[in-house]
Design a protein. Structure first.
Length: 279
């Protein structure tokens, strides 16, 4: 089953975003720390152009400190400075504000040299749905101004919000490619709730989660959580059937939902689905 999700409000928001980007000084690109490669929109470099960009890797609480360090080292090797955050709890958010203000100071120096008055720096927060953009904005504002929830598609329109005399922020709906070419990336996005639940089957996605954990050598986390380790684990689908028979009265759908919810809530542990390429 090919997973595709591109609701109408995202197509409209993307068109509006391209217009608003002309007014923006700095782009805050937010990614999911569990899948930093899969949550990179391929059009971001085109949208950013010559503007400044701040790379925000959110949900750092969902990966281990060791994995966080691996990603930090990898991004630096790629020439980028990652800012790791836990927007729900506020960790790392102050550094984001400082990075944006630094860009603003540079913008106003240029304005001053042209005889123009200073103005607040204009920033936009972009990223896939449900990577934590709205939670980040609320933390930057130090109050709840935009709606935030653990599902894709909550923010549906663009909105400017003034953070302080120094920063104006554009809250944009999650943007996603009109077609996801990689089935592996699509499955990871589904597992992490970064696409709408109507686009996928829970059993297929839960089976993929089991296999991703196998590939990363983390399948023992399933045994720790469910107190069940099968004699032979060949496929994710087989594991679902075995666990359903062992603990969930052969209810495979319930089993799939349980595994997905446990991963999404961090109950399986701080687990990545991706490690840096070539690591």
């Amino acid at each position: 089953m090919a997973i595709q999700w591109y609701p109408g409000h995202i197509a409209k928001a993307e068109r509006n975003l391209k217009e608003q980007l002309k007014r923006v000084d700095v782009v805050l690109e937010v990614r999911d720390a569990r899948i930093p490669v899969s949550t990179h929109h391929p059009q971001v470099p085109e949208w950013v152009g010559s503007k400044a960009k701040v790379l925000v890797v959110n949900r750092m609480d969902m990966i281990s400190p060791e994995v966080k360090q691996q990603w930090e080292d990898w991004f630096i090797e790629q020439g980028e400075t990652p800012y790791f955050t836990n927007a729900q709890q506020g960790q790392g958010v102050a550094e984001i504000a400082k990075a944006a203000q630094k860009v603003g100071a540079e913008v106003n120096e240029k304005r001053k040299s042209r005889g123009m008055l200073p103005r607040p720096v204009r920033a936009v927060v972009i990223g896939f749905p449900n990577v934590g953009k709205s939670a980040l904005i609320n933390r930057l504002l130090k109050r709840k101004v935009v709606e935030s929830a653990r599902r894709a598609g909550v923010t549906r329109s663009l909105r400017w919000v003034r953070i302080s005399d120094q920063i104006e922020l554009l809250d944009a709906p999650g943007v996603i490619p009109s077609r996801i070419k990689s089935e592996e990336k699509a499955l990871k996005l589904a597992i992490c709730e970064d696409i709408g639940e109507a686009a996928y089957e829970n059993q297929e996605v839960a089976a993929a989660l089991v296999e991703f954990l196998q590939d990363l050598g983390l399948e023992s986390k399933l045994g720790d959580r469910y107190n069940f380790t099968p004699d032979h684990l060949t496929t994710g689908e087989l594991y679902l059937h075995q666990l359903a028979a062992e603990s969930y009265q052969d209810d495979i759908e319930r089993t799939a939902c349980q595994i997905l919810n446990d991963f999404r809530k961090g109950l399986l542990g701080a687990l990545p689905l991706e490690l840096p390429p070539n690591s």
